[in-house]
Design a protein around this ligand. Structure first.
Ligand SMILES: C[S@@+](CC[C@H](N)C(=O)[O-])C[C@H]1O[C@@H](n2cnc3c(N)ncnc32)[C@H](O)[C@@H]1O
Length: 264
């Protein structure tokens, strides 16, 4: 999918984005996935100080309750509608010190090198044409000892492998698939599933002076069972999450991860 189409897609879903993912009325699986990711990012950003750039912020800076009042926040996105929403949300949140919003493409950040203390990028890289170059850009703009909080898809999880296969099949059958069923569902869009291993992310990071300090895995549900048997999938996910404390192998079954990296 081209950047133009990605922008169009996210502009179109901007008003319903939050309600469908982070509200009490969100779908059970969405609520599970997005809150797991957010909780990890929360622990990573705690006590970090300075200017925060949220790349692909969507309609809201999600970590507003987890940062100090001294932090300054810049929201940014390829979708102008998302930025407008994020800025209007911030206006009603006296607690956050919002510096502004930037319409940008992550592949080429219009931001000075070594000028940002914390880069947050959640749920974006999987949609990118060239994720490696986008991560290098994030490394470039971070100050020395700056923090990167980045969510990624795990290459080796069964969920990722099945979803990649499903996408290939969808590409073939999409032209004859009822449009009503496709709707705005992410799975049916032409997004590639960009994914990483611990080794590959460490290599990209080291190429731009970033050191991976922590990786936390999340989402132990597996497509398509997480759509067909939601309740059962979520129960199994809770069990696997619990087991992942003890087993290195189980941890890698998770479909996604949040990486904490520091600029050297
Ligand atoms: C799944 S949403 C994530 C929103 C929010 N960060 C969250 O965690 O809920 C992905 C966001 O990335 C933005 N995005 C997609 N491609 C982008 C790009 N190349 N540059 C900047 N933002 C992009 C989209 O417009 C969208 O708002």
């Amino acid at each position: 999918m081209t950047e133009k189409n990605i922008k169009k897609y996210f502009d179109n879903i901007s008003n319903s984005y939050d309600d469908n993912r982070y509200s009490d009325t969100a779908d059970q699986w969405h609520a599970y996935f997005f809150s797991e990711r957010l909780n990890i990012a929360r622990t990573f950003i705690k006590n970090k100080k300075g200017i925060i750039l949220d790349i692909g912020s969507g309609p809201r800076f999600l970590l507003q309750e987890d940062i100090n009042k001294e932090n300054k926040v810049i929201v940014s996105d390829i979708s102008l509608n998302m930025i407008k929403l994020a800025l209007s949300q911030a206006n009603s949140q006296t607690a956050i010190n919002m510096l502004g919003g930037i319409e940008l493409d992550t592949h080429l950040l219009p931001i000075k090198s070594m000028s940002i203390d914390i880069v947050v990028c959640l749920g974006v890289v999987t949609y990118l044409r060239s994720p490696d170059s986008a991560i290098v850009e994030m490394g470039r703009i971070l100050k020395k000892d700056g923090t990167l909080i980045l969510s990624l898809t795990n290459s080796v999880s069964p969920d990722t492998i099945i979803r990649k296969l499903f996408k290939k099949i969808i590409k073939i059958i999409k032209p004859v698939f009822p449009k009503k069923l496709i709707g705005n569902r992410v799975l049916f869009q032409d997004f590639k599933v960009q994914s990483f291993t611990e080794k590959s992310i460490a290599a990209i990071c080291s190429s731009c002076d970033l050191v991976v300090e922590d990786i936390r895995y999340f989402n132990y549900t597996f497509f398509p069972f997480n759509i067909i048997f939601k309740k059962l999938s979520l129960k199994l996910a809770a069990f696997l999450k619990h087991s992942s404390n003890k087993s290195h192998f189980v941890r890698r079954l998770a479909s996604d991860m949040v990486v904490l990296a520091r600029k050297r």
